[in-house]
Design a protein around this ligand. Structure first.
Ligand SMILES: [Ca+2]
Ligand SMILES: [Ca+2]
Length: 274
């Protein structure tokens, strides 16, 4: 009996570790999607448009054409007058991903985040050149514009992620290679220098970790990694390979295996109770 209890404890502890530690990412470099884990890329796909930002629908927000847990994506406009298209990414984490158009946005933006039941985007404002957050309605029409005091000159700036436990957004500044914390009511705080010379990028905040995909300009490689929320310091997790020269998107979700292991732990615990 004692041994069973110990076994159950070990399996439950292992399941808990795996559940919080294992993730799957989907990163885009224009129309090439990379699916992988912290151990490396597992699949590579080509989709029907250039993807510039991705997010998992959450935070209680309503998106016409997508449900909570779906991956949605915003495209990179390739001509001056073309609309900004928002897609639902079907089969994002199993099978072959495909893009299903769900909206045309009324202004350009480069990443999506969900907070307090609302949809947000990020862009470089014109003509002043600051990082701007946009609140969209469920069809990606602008409801509010929020202009930060963070100057940027690179029109391709930015990732956007939201940390519900602090009620703050994170934004990237690829001109100075820094990251910032932005509170809609309370201004912005520079987190710090990242230690990586980066350009196109995208963010996702998942289970307390600020993940990013980015183009490392020092050697033109494309990486999945993380920024420290305390110092801004960058750590590469996977060197995906050569940067293809395109727009960058990223989403991170739990690995399916972590849920299966959690189920095994639960089963052992149930058996013990019988
Ligand atoms: Ca993102
Ligand atoms: Ca840079």
């Amino acid at each position: 009996m004692k041994m069973h209890r110990a076994l159950a404890g070990i399996v439950l502890a292992a399941a808990g570790t795996v559940a919080t530690g294992q993730v799957v990412f989907l990163a885009s470099d224009d129309d090439v999607l990379y699916r992988g884990t912290p151990s490396g890329v597992t699949n590579t796909f080509t989709v029907s448009d250039f993807i510039r930002g991705m997010a998992v629908v959450g935070g209680g927000a309503a998106v016409n054409g997508a449900n909570t847990g779906d991956v949605i994506a915003v495209n990179r406009r390739t001509g001056g007058q073309q609309p900004i298209v928002v897609y639902r990414v079907d089969n994002a984490f199993s099978g072959t991903p495909t893009l299903v158009k769900i909206a045309e946005a009324d202004q350009t933006f480069s990443d999506i985040a969900f907070a307090n039941g609302k949809i947000y985007g990020v862009r470089t404002s014109a003509p002043t050149g600051v990082i701007q957050l946009i609140e969209f309605d469920s069809d990606f029409n602008t409801v509010n514009n929020y202009f930060t005091n963070i100057p940027v000159f690179d029109a391709g700036a930015g990732g956007l992620a939201y940390n519900a436990s602090k009620d703050v957004f994170y934004v990237t500044d690829p001109d100075s290679d820094k990251i910032w914390e932005v509170s809609l009511g309370g201004g912005e705080t520079e987190i710090g220098a990242t230690g990586v010379k980066y350009n196109n990028n995208d963010l996702d905040h998942f289970k307390g970790t600020l993940y990013a995909a980015l183009h490392d300009e020092s050697d033109d490689t494309f990486h999945f990694g993380r920024f420290s929320k305390g110092t801004g310091a960058w750590s590469s997790i996977v060197n995906i390979g050569p940067y293809l020269g395109g727009a960058v998107g990223l989403v991170v979700v739990p690995a399916p295996g972590s849920l299966a292991l959690l189920g095994l732990g639960g089963l052992v615990a149930m058996r013990r109770r019988r």
